[in-house]
Design a protein around this ligand. Sequence first.
Ligand SMILES: [Fe+2]
Length: 192
Amino acid sequence: MWDQRVFLTEIETLDYAIRPLNLPPRNPGRGWTVVGDVLVVNAIGRVFMAAYDDPFRAVDALLAELGERAPRVRILDWHAEATSEKNAMGWHLDGRFSAVVGSHTHIPTADARVLPAGTAFVSDTGMVGPRDSVLGVDPKIVVDRFITGIPKRFEVAKDGPVVFNSVLIDVDGSTGRARSIERVDRTWERAA
Ligand SMILES: [Fe+2]
């Protein structure tokens, strides 16, 4: 978090910019916002990540705090590494969020579905960016870093097609329950 130092002060001035809900106390910004009739929350995982506060309890605490004021339609951007932790959050929030949508790995997963109590879930949405890359970075640089261990400046991959990975979720606005979730993935050749 906060690699871009300017964001430490700027985030307080931006209505729709959120940061993970489960950062420790005294971090600037906030972990949720309401856009129209939709509650949008971001949480960050702890498995193979830095030491953050418990994301499961943080989301519980937010729902308890908002109570009846919480919009029915609720989306969690669930920024985590391990599929086990991501999957567990889907089950934890099943019936309490409209959608739990995984991010962070940039690798789209084939598990998009609506859980039994009406929460649309996918472990990872994927990436919008250069296909022939490792998280958007030129593969040669990343491979070299794995082999040598020597840090080298990351450069965006400039060759090959561009991918757009996403999910399309249909939600009943009166109940907040998801009716469906489907992957929408496209690839384009880059203009020369
Ligand atoms: Fe990330």
